[in-house]
Design a binder for this molecule. Structure first.
Ligand code: 5GP
Length: 191
């Protein structure tokens, strides 16, 4: 069995990563599996434990760090987020292409450990559009929105770390573009 790819998708909060990933996952040809992260952030309305994230408290998260359970982890605007290592390794060994949706600090850790990972950064058409999207989501306070936008500006300045930068002008176009990038990587890997 050929080992699956490791695919990292990053992008500022509110850019639409979740929606694009949901669409990508429908494409059976890509043989994708989503890595569910662990976080200390409180669940938003509609979010489910074990589906969107594994929601844990800080004590448990710090335990997992100590036990070396994460492929990467980072603190993002006051909360911890991390990728459980075993799942990723097991699914890649089973031949799945494992998709990580993580922020830039975590992506740096993954890219330094896994040189052949495919990395894609999703950018918004503009910062104004990003602010509009975060506000429309109505899930964060003004203070958190401000911090997330500040973080977005910093993250966008680090897109050079990634193999590809894709603009989320529309969900359809971004999904198609990322799908093509993954398909090409799959073909190149098997040739
Ligand atoms: P949110 O709170 O909006 O769900 O996520 C905040 C940020 O954390 C997003 O940029 C998201 O991509 C990132 N993130 C989600 N899971 C992980 C993870 O396991 N590790 C890292 N480093 N970032 C994550």
């Amino acid at each position: 069995m050929k080992k699956g790819l490791l695919i990292v998708i990053s992008g500022p909060s509110g850019v639409g990563k979740g929606t694009v990933i949901k669409e990508l996952m429908k494409n059976q040809d890509l043989n994708l599996i989503y890595s569910i992260s662990m976080t200390t952030r409180k669940a938003r309305n509609g979010e489910q434990n074990g589906v969107n994230y594994f929601f844990v408290d800080e004590k448990e998260f710090l335990e997992k760090i100590k036990e070396d359970n994460f492929l990467e982890y980072a603190n993002f605007v006051g909360n911890y987020y991390g990728t459980p290592k075993d799942f990723v390794e097991r699914k890649r060994e089973e031949g799945f292409n494992v998709l990580l949706e993580i922020e830039v600090e975590g992506a740096k850790q993954v890219l330094s450990k896994c040189k052949d990972a495919l990395s894609i950064f999703l950018i918004p058409p503009s910062i104004e559009e990003l602010e509009k999207r975060i506000r429309n989501r109505k899930t964060e306070s003004d203070e958190v929105i401000f911090k997330r936008l500040e973080k977005a500006n910093r993250e966008i300045s680090e897109t050079n770390l990634y193999n590809y930068v894709v603009c989320n002008q529309s969900i359809e176009k971004a999904t198609e573009e990322i799908g093509e990038i993954i398909k090409n990587k799959i073909l190149n890997k098997s040739s």
